[in-house]
Design a protein around this ligand. Structure first.
Ligand code: TDO
Length: 182
């Protein structure tokens, strides 16, 4: 697998070596030895899946506060998404900046999101399943987020937004938030 660092420190795009044959394809998506050698987390405590019906659906931007700050490993099981990481770490040189990658179930690629960053995505196709591995348990009392359409973040979402949750539409803007302490 090829692990490429992104512009937000600690975020990586991971592309597996896909082996195709007459039956289809096979790829290794997570390898404890390989992740360990690259300094990435190997301990996952939760595995989640979301299903989004409509192209243009937007979920995020979400994070969990300490002591439940989490690392996430996400990939599209079906369809394609534009996936975004926003740096909210106190003292970070790239505080408030973001990076985005397209995750494509055909490519079987993965995004590694470090602690202290918000995560969100927009579906580029109908019927998207997004699969997550989490380094910390779900802690609803420690959930937080920032608005996907915050003009300070200025994220260029690829499509008009079709579906969002009421919670996501009510999230605060970056200037009204405190940086995250891990
Ligand atoms: C995130 C989560 C939600 N839930 C519940 C709460 C709610 O009833 C229902 C849907 O939750 P949400 O509306 O928060 O789902 P969603 O907006 O898809 O939340 C996800 O968004 C993306 C961007 C992330 O990065 C994820 O970590 C997660 O926050 O599922 C759990 O039971 N466990 C979980 O780990």
């Amino acid at each position: 697998m090829k692990i490429t660092p992104l512009s937000i420190a600690g975020a990586y795009h991971i592309v597996p070596e896909k082996r195709g044959d007459n039956r289809g394809a096979f790829a290794r998506l997570f390898c404890s030895d390989h992740f360990d050698a690259a300094g990435l987390n190997t301990q996952w405590v939760q595995m989640n899946l979301s299903r989004s019906a409509q192209q243009g659906t937007l979920r995020g931007l979400h994070f969990q506060r300490a002591p439940f700050s989490e690392i996430k490993l996400v990939r599209a099981v079906t369809g394609k998404v534009y996936d975004v990481v926003v740096d909210l770490r106190a003292g970070s040189e790239t505080y408030g900046a973001h990076c985005g990658v397209t995750l494509d179930s055909d490519q079987m690629d993965t995004l590694y999101i470090p602690q202290g960053c918000a995560h969100g995505f927009q579906t580029l196709t109908d019927n998207v399943e997004l699969h997550y591995m989490h380094s910390a348990p779900y802690a609803p009392d420690h959930e937080g987020g920032v608005r996907f359409d915050d003009p300070t973040l200025a994220i260029a979402w690829p499509l008009p937004v079709t579906e969002t949750s009421p919670r996501d539409r009510a999230l605060p803007l970056l200037p009204d938030m405190k940086p995250l302490i891990l």
